[in-house]
Design a protein. Structure first.
Length: 381
């Protein structure tokens, strides 16, 4: 590799690494507080947070790589311009393509990596993370039962006048179970004991009490009974609460394409069954338009480093005095406009199914056209 290429890479890579680290740190801290709150409330071990971040790592990389590439590109070219090295290279007879090709080649490598992350790895990791987070709401590792306070656990509400946490004894117990807004069971007992079933719920043994079971279909009928001992298991959350239909961002592109091809244009107009849904939920034609928009969005974002190179390279070369701060400000402005056009294109594609394949490419079309124009102007100098 020529000396100039090695020099540019040594200049560029540290800036790219710092930019990646900064953006990933922001993304991690944004999610860390919420995950720590869940872990604290549910008594989940802290290693669960590390597992969540491991699942989110591909998603974080897919978000951070395009932005980090552009910022590092403009900062490195700005440093060359500010130090006068760009002028010296041009005066020595180097063409712009000879100077910039290592950065362009690196951008193409990032495009290939993003294509793999966006279409395959990131959706699966995001799906596993959201499933893990949903399951965590149905798990407990400790029980903070307080006297004279109603405690909700799934479909149940538990109340006790006195609580002995050391012996795990309770007195003056009232237990309610609900189906929607209707009470389907009421149990009252003089005393009882409870034991934590780690990760799932609590088991209770109540003594000397009454059971009241209303008939929800016929309010005039009910069941009353007295007991000496009554045992019951209370799940931490309703059995199916954690089960969820995955969002379109959690389905890999190959599955989306297979679904679209299987349904075809005629069947898509009538809707179909979601193969990723645990209960076989149907999706509408609007959902299918969202599938097409999502696939196009992932591909457009995968090619965003190339678009940023076409835009950033000629602009970075034109920087002169105070080039590094100007390069940073310019990169933020370009990111703002790129993602602004992307959001508009995605929304337009979701609202207009006929444009769902094309609309997400709006920022790439605008950016590539502008970048090619700037490159032609640069080559004329």
């Amino acid at each position: 590799m020529p000396i100039l290429s090695r020099y540019l890479i040594r200049l560029y890579l540290p800036l790219f690494a710092v930019s990646m680290g900064l953006f990933i740190f922001v993304l991690v801290m944004h999610n860390f507080i919420r995950l720590l709150t869940i872990a604290t409330m549910k008594g989940i071990p802290l290693w669960w947070i590390a597992k969540c971040f491991a699942l989110l790592t591909p998603y974080f990389f897919s978000l951070a790589i395009p932005t980090a590439f552009l910022i590092a590109l403009l900062l490195s070219l700005g440093q060359l311009a500010e130090d006068g090295e760009m002028t010296a290279l041009r005066a020595s007879g180097f063409y712009f393509r000879q100077i910039l090709w290592p950065l362009g080649a690196f951008g193409l490598l990032l495009c290939a990596l993003l294509f793999f992350l966006n279409h395959q790895v990131s959706p699966k990791g995001l799906k596993e993370f959201k499933n893990t987070r949903a399951k965590s709401f149905s798990q407990i590792s400790r029980l903070d039962l307080e006297p004279n306070v109603f405690m909700e656990m799934g479909d149940f509400k538990l109340y006790a006048r006195r609580v002995d946490k050391e012996k795990r004894r309770i007195n003056g117990v009232y237990l309610f179970r609900y189906q929607g807004f209707a009470m389907s069971l009421r149990v009252s007992a003089e005393e009882g004991s409870y034991a934590l079933e780690k990760g799932s719920g609590i088991s209770m043994a109540l003594t000397n009490g009454d059971i009241y079971i209303p008939n929800l279909e016929d309010p005039s009928r009910l069941t009353l009974a007295q007991f000496e001992t009554y045992r019951i298991y209370i799940p931490a959350q309703a059995q199916a609460d954690w089960q969820r239909n995955p969002g379109v961002r959690e389905i890999d592109s190959l599955t989306l394409l297979k679904t679209l091809r299987r349904l075809g244009a005629g069947t898509a107009a009538r809707g179909g069954m979601n193969p990723q849904a645990p209960d076989g939920a149907a999706f509408s034609p609007k959902d299918l338009a969202g599938f097409r928009t999502e696939i196009s969005t992932r591909t457009a974002l995968a090619l965003s480093p190339l678009v940023f190179f076409l835009l950033g390279a000629p602009l970075g070369i034109r920087l002169e005095k105070r080039s590094r701060p100007m390069g940073f400000a310019l990169s933020l402005l370009m990111i703002f406009f790129y993602y602004g056009f992307l959001v508009y294109g995605v929304g337009f594609g979701n609202r207009h199914p006929a444009w769902s394949w094309i609309a997400p490419w709006l920022p790439n079309f605008i950016g590539a056209a502008s970048g090619l124009f700037l490159c032609v102007q640069m080559a004329k100098k």
